[in-house]
Design a protein around this ligand. Sequence first.
Ligand code: GLN
Ligand code: ZN
Length: 768
Amino acid sequence: MQTQNLGYPRIGSQRQLKKACEQYWAGKIDLKDLQRTAFKIREENWQTQLQAGIELIPCNDFSYYDQVLDMSLMLGVIPQRYAPVLTEVKANGETDLYFAMARGYQKDGLDITAMEMTKWLDTNYHYIVPEFTAGQEFKLFSEKVFGEYVAAKALLGEKAKPVLIGPVSYLLLGKEKEAGFEKIDLIKKIIPVYVEVLTRLKQLGAEWIQLDEPFLALDLSDKEKEAFEWAYRQIAKSIAGVKILVATYFEALADNAQWALNLPVAALHIDLVRAPQQLDAILATIPDNLILSLGVVDGRNVWKNCYERSISFINKAIDKIGRDRIMIAPSCSLLHSPIDLDPENTIDPEIKNWMAFARQKLDEVTALKQIVEGTNNLLQINKEAIQSRSLSEKAHKKSVKDRVAAITAADATRKSVFAARQELQRKRLQLPAFPTTTIGSFPQTDDIRQLRAQYKKGDLSTEQYELAIEEATVEAIRWQESIGLDVLVHGEFERNDMVEYFGEQLDGFLFTKNGWVQSYGSRCVKPPVIYGDISRPQDMTVRWSRFAAAQTNKPMKGMLTGPVTILQWSFVRDDQPRSVTTNQIALAIRDEVVALEKAGINIIQIDEAALREGLPLRKSNQPEYLNWAVTAFRIAASGIADQTQIHTHMCYSDFNDIIEHIAAMDADVITIETSRSQMELLQAFAHFKYPNEIGPGVYDIHSPRVPSVAEMTSLLTKAASLLPAQHLWVNPDCGLKTRKWPETKIALENMVAAAREARETINVELLF
Ligand code: GLN
Ligand code: ZN
């Protein structure tokens, strides 16, 4: 029985990599300095894992930016547009090329766009999407993996295990940039380079090599299955004497198990945290000799492992296949967990005793092995911690649980159907055709950020702070009035982040000091932790919405974050279904909606930016998720009168496959991101005959570029050709907090002008 780890966070315990990369990009340090930081992080990570007793330790899991981009560079998948970076910018060749692919290149007279980025499966980590052309060739280019293996071996000896993304998953993560071929057909061309890399690693002394194939646990076409079988047969045929470990995670092998278990590899890793149900089936059909790596310690969350449960899995496997064929591991790479719990000295000690970050998870893996082998007695202490959590009044509030249990269908339904609500809302709001609004936040200037920081530090009194926020709010309102926007917002100057702001005010959440997790490149996030039943001790936004509404005669939109988004962007508890936690948040948001209505707010927006992110990877699991996610939104939105108008906002692009569920949310108005796709996304809404009102974004807020009046009028004309014009709103793609004021002002003035032009040129019958 061996312990192993699949990957370790590479940002550095104090986010050293972020700082070093950003300084390198700014020209403040040179490549040597950057490399020195990277070297130290790798060494520290290996030492940590060695000391924790891990017997197979990953290398090449380090990355300056992203592990998929590393693979593209290794395999020579370098889009043509970057050629000048190599030929003309010789300075730091490979590194500059690498960062140019990640971030674009606007220097030395060159202007090259970055590669696309998208979410890594169902996580909040984002990877750089490989670009494939019809004539795609593969050729060993970057030698990073060899360098890192040699360094790891020097320190770890035979425990060093190089990690790569497997060939099939690598292809499936990419994108076809031209018509006329399927990326999976590139398998024939890519395998020779894999064989070359694996052979060299073997020659350098590698005993084990880990190939991540998360797609092995996803829905696959016949062609993709064949590609898996063919690819691994080729690898087995070409390389003897090195053991291949194929790693799956986030879902079950399920219908792929039959053939996946028979791939000619030495070991297979399965995720028993996300998909514990697969163990029995796998043990029933596992072929002789295949080693099974049991992913029992949750790599994606912050909770202490329940040893009793893990040991029951391990013992079951031992009974069936024997100790020698078992590895114990975290469920997936620890990239997705914060690094170290120990220094967190502001967490309530009782709750801290329920938690584990990456470093602690390594200890858990070792402890599990020792308990099974009878060489330690940590089981009892663990049992006590797990029991403390399950009994604690800090985590369990009867009144909250009772309220969730009592939710009925009526709680998730508005009093009247949309058509009836629309009529009442129109009478009350008296808005023109093509009403204009924004998504909520206005530019967060340095002054505003400093204000919040000073207040947090105690350098400002509540009075001083609130006065300053009031001033910024009033100024934003006066300006919105002056340019003629129809529905105003208060600007969200008091908010640091759309989830943290609510988490800080709800019971059941805690915040870490240093619990950073990589989001993309040098960007890290510090998600709140939901540790207990969630309730709302007092109003959260009423003070600011009421203040803002009192400054104007125009309608003022209240601004809330939706239950699914709050759930998705937090570490969630693992001791109850996510749907229950979401319903608790939904009830808290519902109470806030009701309180806003009582305070005279007639329009309330509930943002669900992350609703689609939560969609399960396997098709068969999606309906259940969509059902509870949509219901949670409806619970939040349905406690009010028909006259009160509910908006929702989503800023992602692919609605086609979930449009009926978006409609089922039954928001009176939905605002979405559409400008970059030139309204293409509206096709789904048009095709579905989306019944409610909709604001397709006409201003791409992801760039400082200011769209012209003509541009936005033409987008509106296009929208009106697809959807009933009397249902259309006019707004930007998303909130404006990352923009600067000067460009925002001109862009929104242009937007209002475009709406006025649309009112004159597009025929709309508004029925009151
Ligand atoms: N109301 C939020 C804002 O305007 C919405 C942000 C988002 O959708 N990501 O910033
Ligand atoms: Zn958005």
